[in-house]
Write a protein that binds this ligand. Structure first.
Ligand SMILES: C[S@@+](CC[C@H](N)C(=O)[O-])C[C@H]1O[C@@H](n2cnc3c(N)ncnc32)[C@H](O)[C@@H]1O
Length: 448
């Protein structure tokens, strides 16, 4: 098999990164933008030792699961890879991805439940991080999302997965920057003013926090005036902040944020609790779907009489705060100082007295205590937990671990380790938070 060779194949399934999988003489070929049951003509784009990559050049017989994408920019934007697949079938494919990870990585045969769908499959995204650049000749500001596997910006004026106000604010910024003599960022030369627009929108009260990420370490008068204009133009914008990031990095937000107008957070509601979310606060991008996860975890905890709960990798202690009224005592541990500060405010706001906060690395915190908890909630980043963190969790948990994960591969790896240590996997429940992408969140109940 060589580059540019053409073949006709039938797509068997979807890989864990959302590409179609076909086989040619036993060799796996990953086909971009293909759906299981498609019969397609493909062109090989790359040949590796054990697999090849290809693109579709003709759809001969479309899969019955193909639908017309509802976004006009679907073909150029890299955000919603699976939008051309019927939503219910997306869920079936995601379930299969979780099953594959459990079987191949975790050696786990516990059945995987059907994924709980997102309550909304349009306008569900409430955190938007939009890169900004500027065309060389016409000096037009571009703001949108990246093309697949590139840093080329697609200038998106309407994005159906985000609330309409976000389109309006981004378009306003795109047009007004010229008037205020603010330039877009040039990634190669590291010049220009505006790098990103970061928006946090409340699914509850529709407030919007706008953060302008600038390639500078101080606020100029033109930027300050520009922020004021945004604030005064949109009634629902409750704050405009400036974040400073002049580093040569892919990390979007720099360390320092200054609030120029209004307040530096929005209010969001999850179940009966109110949260404050700032530009850099970790909070789920799809709050309505997240609510299903919180409800599920809360129900699991309420099966135990006033259990003592460890909420590890806590962010702004969202789990701790949501489950506090069915738990006995809750200890939330989070290493990010800013999140802990926000969590303190949220505890006060909700008048919660039984959640204790610790700003620490989970492993270090557990090593420093003797206490055992009835239930531990683990919600680590995509890389999962270290063996040391899992060992400490086992030492400090009496009955159950509830593992919340956004990465089936690292989840399966960690479950394998926990099973080797004698735990049993009781239930695997996927939740769809990131509709139209290959991402899937899971909550796993583990018995000790
Ligand atoms: C996936 S987020 C979960 C946040 C929170 N549970 C929620 O639902 O909003 C993971 C969190 O773990 C924190 N974190 C990462 N490594 C950590 C560690 N070693 N110890 C404690 N917290 C950590 C991150 O700062 C982040 O807030």
């Amino acid at each position: 098999m060589n580059i540019n060779d053409e073949f006709v194949v039938t797509i068997e399934k979807l890989s864990n990164l959302g590409t179609g999988i076909a086989r040619i003489d036993g060799q796996v070929v990953f086909v971009e933008n293909a759906c299981p049951e498609d019969e397609v003509k493909i062109k090989i784009t790359k040949v590796n030792k054990n697999f090849a990559n290809a693109k579709v050049i003709e759809i001969i017989t479309p899969s019955p699961h193909r639908v017309k994408p509802f976004c006009p920019m679907h073909n150029v934007c890299g955000s919603c890879q699976l939008q051309f697949i019927d939503y219910n079938y997306q869920l079936a494919l995601k379930k299969q991805m979780v099953e594959d990870a459990m079987r191949t990585i975790g050696n786990i045969d516990t059945p995987v439940n059907n994924p709980i769908p997102s309550p909304e499959i349009k306008k569900f995204r409430h955190k938007i991080q939009c890169p900004v650049s500027q065309t060389r000749v016409s000096k037009k500001i571009l703001a949108g999302y990246y093309k697949p596997q590139s840093h080329e910006i697609v200038n998106i004026k309407y994005c159906p997965i985000q609330p309409e106000i976000c389109d309006k604010v981004i378009d306003f910024i795109r047009n007004k920057t010229v008037e205020f003599n603010i330039s877009g960022y040039n990634e190669q030369k590291r010049t220009g003013d505006l790098r990103h627009i970061v928006l946090r929108h409340s699914a509850d009260n529709r407030e919007l926090l706008v953060t302008l990420v600038i390639n500078n370490n101080k606020i100029t008068e033109k930027l300050s005036n520009f922020a004021k204009t945004i604030f005064e133009t949109f009634e629902k914008v409750t704050g405009v902040c400036i974040n400073f990031n002049s580093k040569n990095t892919n990390v979007i937000l720099g360390e320092k944020t200054i609030c120029v107008c209004g307040r530096d957070f929005i209010y969001e509601k999850i179940l009966d609790k109110t949260f404050k979310i700032g530009a850099s606060t970790f909070f789920q991008i799809n709050p309505k779907s997240a609510e299903n996860i919180f409800k599920y975890v809360k129900e699991e905890i309420s099966k135990h009489e006033k259990a003592s709960v460890l909420d590890a990798y806590a962010g702004i202690a969202t789990f701790g705060i949501v489950v506090n009224d069915v738990a006995g005592k809750v200890v939330s541990v989070e290493e990010n100082k800013e999140s802990i500060e926000k969590a303190k405010e949220v505890l006060e706001l909700n008048n919660i007295k039984n959640v204790e906060l610790h700003c620490a690395d989970t492993t270090k915190y557990l090593k420093s205590i003797k206490k055992k908890f009835d239930i531990t909630i683990l919600d680590p980043p995509r890389k999962g937990c270290t063996k040391e963190a899992l060992d400490e969790t086992l030492k400090h948990t009496k009955e159950k671990i509830i593992y919340v994960s956004c990465n089936p591969a690292t989840l399966a790896r960690d479950l394998k380790y926990l099973r080797e240590k004698g735990c049993t996997v009781e239930n695997i429940q996927p939740f769809d938070m990131f509709c139209h992408t290959y991402h899937i969140e899971n909550v796993v109940v583990i018995n000790l």
